[in-house]
Design a protein around this ligand. Structure first.
Ligand code: SF4
Length: 438
């Protein structure tokens, strides 16, 4: 039981990252901008029912707002989330905060989960490894009672200069804290920034499940839950959709929505029963679409507008190297089902630094021939802590995490680097023009 109401400032870092194509070759068209609400922070705030959380989204504010907020709010605890390309920026921000205000500072998110030692430094007090909804709540309660959060699994107390020691967390459904909804209200003032660019309409985030039981070599999702797939109840999902009020687009931010088809069917039924009229976006695996076409059709009735499918590549050898666990012919089948159902396809593809010009051509031909409405091509990036990193670490030529934005080749390219980026940029430009013509 908490003894003090803790003031907790949760900070979403600003857009950051550097671009080799721009810095070296003047190619400005390949950029990665991360948009959308800081959902993971809204989830953490939702669990802090006995405390006073505040969210600051530095993707929508200037950095001065951070120091102004610290001055006015005087938080006891500051929590950062960070993608890999945001890690250095978060360290710099934490250093400034420690020096001036000296609150307890914690960091979590993808990079902390996959490479916790990176944050084992004096700027931070705690590092969260994996899904932190309950562990962050437990730490806040402990600090409120004068404790130090000793022995809470999934949290490492920093020990600069010495290796981290912590108890790994055995994640289970208690970590979802189903009864505590995300604090959407804490980002109300930013809501006009969270839009679906193509249509200029507001978009809100909902999650149905955390983690993934697959093990794609490049992916940073499975370890969030220790390799488990933890699902919210259908009622929880419907509650959260309704909490978003009149926002017309809902992005299911699970990395593998429909990973539990029977739950997805129940959610569909509850959406229909509740008379909810929204348009939904969901990330779905190609083989899930092929195995469950009737589920996709039902969800179309419920408002499924677009699916984001991580096709990754069209060549079987590369799909196997990524441990995707299906072959290229599955992709063609999934595309047909989605087109027949009238669902927009957002296709994620990965260009390997080993790509030659012919590989780019094959990918472009595939995307064009299959009429993938919104293709998104990123550059294969071995994020520290992943299996891909282990496989490729001897070939990495850029260690600076500011470049780990999925738009830089941090591994030596097979063809000359300038030719790689020019070919990549040319393909992206043509695909973009085709998308906007159709
Ligand atoms: S890429 Fe998708 S299917 Fe593969 S491990 Fe990540 S979330 Fe799971």
């Amino acid at each position: 039981m908490a003894t003090k109401k803790m003031k907790v400032l949760l900070v979403n870092p600003p857009n950051c990252g550097r671009s080799i194509p721009e810095e070296e070759y003047g190619i400005t068209s390949i950029k990665q901008i991360f948009r959308g609400e800081p959902f993971s922070l809204e989830v953490l705030a939702g669990a802090l029912t006995d405390h006073d959380p505040l969210i600051l989204d530095l993707k929508c504010e200037t950095e001065e707002a951070l120091f102004r907020t610290l001055e006015n709010f005087q938080p006891d605890l500051v929590g950062f989330t960070a993608l890999t390309c945001e890690a250095n920026k978060v360290i710099r921000l934490a250093a400034g905060i420690k020096k001036q205000f000296n609150p307890v500072i914690a960091v979590g998110g993808i990079h902390a989960t996959y490479d916790p030692e990176y944050f084992n430094r004096k700027e931070f007090d705690y590092i969260f490894i994996g899904l932190a909804k309950k562990s962050f709540r437990d730490l806040t309660d402990s600090l409120a009672g004068g404790g130090k959060g000793a022995s809470i699994p999934g949290i490492a107390r920093t020990t600069p200069g010495r290796p981290l020691v912590y108890i790994p967390r055995n994640f289970n459904n208690d970590d979802l804290m189903d009864k505590c909804p995300p604090r959407y209200d804490l980002v109300t003032r930013y809501r006009s920034n969270y839009i679906l660019e193509q249509l200029g309409l507001k978009m809100g985030y909902v999650i149905t499940a955390y983690g993934c039981t697959h093990q794609c070599s490049f992916c940073t999702i499975p370890r969030i839950t220790g390799g488990k797939y933890l699902v919210h109840s259908a009622d929880t999902v419907v509650r959260d959709i309704q909490l978003l009020g009149d926002i017309p687009f809902i992005r299911m931010v699970d990395a593998n929505t429909f990973g539990n088809p029977s739950l997805s069917l129940t959610i569909y039924e509850k959406i229909m029963q509740a008379g909810i009229r929204k348009r939904f976006f969901a990330d779905v695996r190609a083989d899930t679409i092929v195995r469950h076409p009737s589920l996709i059709k039902k969800w179309k009735e419920a408002g499924l507008y677009a699916v984001i499918v991580g096709f990754e590549d069209v060549q079987d050898a590369r799909l196997a190297a990524y441990n995707k666990k299906y072959e290229g012919h599955i992709i063609g089948k999934a595309v047909s089902i989605l087109h027949d159902t009238g669902i927009v396809i957002v296709g994620d593809f990965i260009a390997s630094p080993d790509y030659e010009e012919s590989d780019f051509r094959k990918l472009e031909d595939f995307i064009t021939a299959n009429k993938i409405e919104i293709p998104i091509v990123s550059i294969l990036t071995p994020l520290p802590g992943t299996k891909l990193y282990e496989d490729m670490k001897d070939r990495i030529i850029i260690d600076d995490l500011d470049y780990y934005t999925f738009t830089n080749a941090v591994v030596k390219t097979k063809i000359p680097e300038n030719l790689f980026y020019e070919t990549f940029a040319g393909m992206v430009k043509r695909l973009h023009e085709k998308t906007h013509k159709s």
